[in-house]
Structure formats: C-alpha cells, structure tokens
Write a protein that binds this ligand. Structure first.
Ligand code: F6R
Length: 351
C-alpha cells in the first residue's frame, strides 16, 4: 500500500494532478458562487424543479434537493434518465446539468423540455447541450471547462442555488452560500496531501477503511452525501462501495450486518449537527449493533452553521477520502476508462 505522506509516490500515481483540482475546490466554489443565468423569461415561482443530470452532474442536484427538502415548499427532484417525468409541465423549471454537455440522457431531457415547452436552463461547460441551448434560445450557465465532471461539484451546485433564488425558491440564502464557501476554504488545508496522515481526516479515514468494503450511511439530510461518497469511491478508487440512508436501512440492510461477512465491511456514518434526536438515537443504536461485528466503523461530520455548508464540506471530505483510497491501491484517481468506453459504445450506431 502506498504511503499517503509520500508526495513523490502520489505524483506518480496521480499523473493528471487530480490532487491539485481537489485542492483548488474552494476557489472553484468561490467562482461558482458568482455564476448565474437569468431565469427563463416570464417564469414565476415554479411548481416543481427537476434537475436532469447523470453521475457527477447529478450530484449537485442531490445536494440541492437535500437542502431544499424541508426548507422550501417547491419540490426539487433529481431526474436520472432519458426524457422527463410526466409532472414536468409548463409550470415547472428544468435544470439540464451536464458538465461535458454530451450526455445522451441529459440531451434527451433538454429536448423534451423544449418540445413540451417546459422552462429549461442548461448548466454546462460546452458540448451539444451548449449548442442546443443557444439554438433554442434557452438560458445557459457557462461553466469553466477542463475538469472531470465529478470534480466540478461546486460548478454543478452553486449556480443552481442562485438560479432558484432568482425564481423565488430560496434553498440557501446568499449568506449561507458565502458561509459554505468559507467552510470549504478553511477545511481544504486540513485535507491536502501535504498535511500528514496523523493530522488529516481524509487520510485517516482511507487508512481505516483500507481493503474493506466501505459502507456509507447518512441520515435524512446526509444521505445525499453518502451516495456521493459511494460514487466518488467507485470512480476515483475503482472500488465497490455501498451507501444507505437512515431510517430506511434500519428496516432491511441492517440484517446484512451479520456473521463473518461483516468483518470485510467498514461503516462510515455521516452525521449532521442538526439531525433530529430520533435520527441521533438511530445512529447510536446502529453503532451499538453493528460496531462489534463490523471490520471497522468511523464517523464523519460536515462543518458550518448552514445545511449547505455542512453538506458541501462533507462531500469535500468524501472527495479526498476516495482520492486517498485510490492512491493507497496505486490507482489513477482521474481516469475512468470503463465509463468512457461505455459512452463510446452507446454513441456507436447500432449495427
Ligand atoms: C466523470 C463523472 C461521470 C459523469 C457522467 C455524466 O468524472 O463524474 O459520473 O458526470 O458520466 O457526464 P457529464 O457530467 O459530462 O454529463
């Protein structure tokens, strides 16, 4: 296993310099917080918001929906797939998110919105989505390019927060956005490779997980971050990970924590400072019940007073943890060859 404090070894395993992109995430968030599109002309407060995205480009939508859940009376749904759900009508707002702008499912959602006259805004760094938005005269937020979509979380989240604010849906106030960016800025130096393992939460988490299967659990709010951790582990470290949410997992998945198999698992509980007492109680019982049989168990928390800050910092901690899991096993955290090959095959005309 790689020594996570050996910066030369990291440079060799990470030739695309993903560590620099992650270290610059606070600057990305700062810049993202200034990007906005004008709301579609004539739109009032939408009845429902549908964020259409896949993979890394859906992650911003998940965090947005988690922040919105009990804060605004407009449902925010994340749509992962072709077309649009039937409830997306002319009184809805669709945010079509694709960092590359070339993701088939999101292009299909954008086209469906145009055909069905649903107000739509494109969030993209370019590609066909940018072209279609320009051709159809639909608003677009132009994101800076050159990143892996999953590492562009700030760009895929914060402009959507500003867009909704402009439509009268305040998922986070400007002050909460500022707080979130400041929280990421203060966390970054604690997680970068130069900070030694003894004093680096992401390195310590990766080392505790080691070769075990990470199982990430969140509560009603942090469940969105748990899913994000899972996908970051899969894409960055090229390893399986599981994610679940309390209280639902108490009704099914808890049974899987039996017997010798549990020794091969490492649970990571994503806690939240504002979790209600009934959720805190459930985490407590969960620790008690699975702790003795699990191969390992850790807890992590986001930082900040606002929910956006806590979710963004938690997601950032997950990015670094998955980064260190990748380098521990000598895997390039940047490239995603199977994902790319899959997209190539989908694009190929059928014989
Ligand atoms: C790759 C990544 C993927 C992509 C997904 C959709 O870094 O994160 O999960 O996000 O394949 O592609 P985009 O984001 O370009 O629409």
């Amino acid at each position: 296993m790689t020594n996570l404090d050996d910066l030369e070894a990291l440079a060799e395993i990470d030739p695309h310099d993903a560590r620099r992109v992650l270290a610059e995430f606070p600057a990305q968030c700062r810049r993202a917080s200034t990007l906005r599109a004008a709301p579609p002309p004539g739109i009032g407060t939408p009845r429902v918001v549908v964020v259409a995205g896949m993979g890394g480009s859906a992650a911003g939508g998940d965090l947005l929906a988690a922040c919105a859940a009990d804060a605004v009376d407009v449902p925010v749904l994340v749509h992962r797939g072709y077309g649009l759900p039937a409830l997306a009508g002319p009184d809805a707002l669709v945010i079509a998110c694709s960092y590359s702008g070339d993701t088939a499912e999101v292009l299909s959602a954008f086209d469906a919105a145009v055909t069905r006259r649903v107000p739509v805004v494109a969030l993209t760094a370019g590609g066909a989505l940018a072209q279609r938005a320009a051709a159809a005269g639909r608003p677009r937020v132009t994101l800076p390019g050159g990143l892996m979509p999953r590492m562009a979380l700030g760009y895929l989240l914060l402009p959507a927060v500003a867009l909704l604010e402009g439509c009268g849906v305040t998922v986070a106030t400007a002050a909460e956005v500022d707080e979130a960016v400041a929280a990421v800025e203060s966390l970054a130096p604690e997680l970068v490779p130069a900070r030694p393992s003894a004093d680096n939460e992401a390195k310590r988490l990766a080392l505790s997980i080691g070769d075990r299967l990470p199982v990430i659990y969140g509560g009603p709010t942090t469940g969105a971050a748990a899913y994000r951790w899972k996908t970051d582990v899969e894409e960055n470290a090229k390893r399986f990970a599981l994610a679940g949410t309390l209280p639902e997992m108490n009704h099914n998945e808890i049974e899987a924590w039996q017997g010798p198999a549990a020794k091969g698992l490492h649970a990571v509980l994503l806690r939240d400072a504002a979790e209600p007492p009934e959720i805190a109680q459930r985490f407590h019982i969960l620790r008690d019940m699975i702790g003795p049989s699990a191969g390992g168990l850790s807890e992590a928390r986001g930082r900040g007073a606002g929910r956006l800050a806590r979710l963004l910092t938690l997601a950032y901690l997950g990015q670094w943890t998955s980064y260190y899991l990748a380098v521990l096993r000598g895997r390039d955290p940047w490239s995603v060859p199977l994902l790319d090959e899959f997209k190539r095959r989908v694009r190929r005309p059928s014989p």
